[in-house]
Design a protein around this ligand. Sequence first.
Ligand SMILES: [Zn+2]
Length: 168
Amino acid sequence: MPTVAITVDCEAANENRCFTPEIVKIAEEFMVPVTWLIYVSEKVPTANADLYYREYLHRIPSWHEIGMHVHFENQNGYVEDERARGSIIRMAKDVLKSHLIKPTSFRAGCFSLLPSDVKYLEDVGILVKDVFLAQRVGGNVIKAADQPPAIVLVEPPRHVVTAGESAF
Ligand SMILES: [Zn+2]
């Protein structure tokens, strides 16, 4: 029996449509653990945390995982500045905390994790074990389909697992 895990980028508030109930149903039917990565950016700071807190978190089985999905973007577009990215990471942690969400995983949006982000992640309690991952991402935004996205799965207390892409 293969091991299957699925990550879902929870960006429904940006899109005005959401398949969470359907995904929960399928995950329960096939006993597949899902990591729900709640989207936060400076451009759309709390809309997805609000939506999931209000509508969906209570429907997500406790054996699933909740994570933080950060897009490094603001009203002017993609954010490159190291300290500005650090403050987005801090803001994301605070947004989730204010919605009683303790993220145990992380994924950067658009494959855009940079090595300089690692220390800011560690500051908010996300230990990046796989430095190779961060180095491979380098200073570029990886868009190639054959590259896995930057995903760092963590479990408190600071035990870290890294994983590649999955469906959704
Ligand atoms: Zn995303």
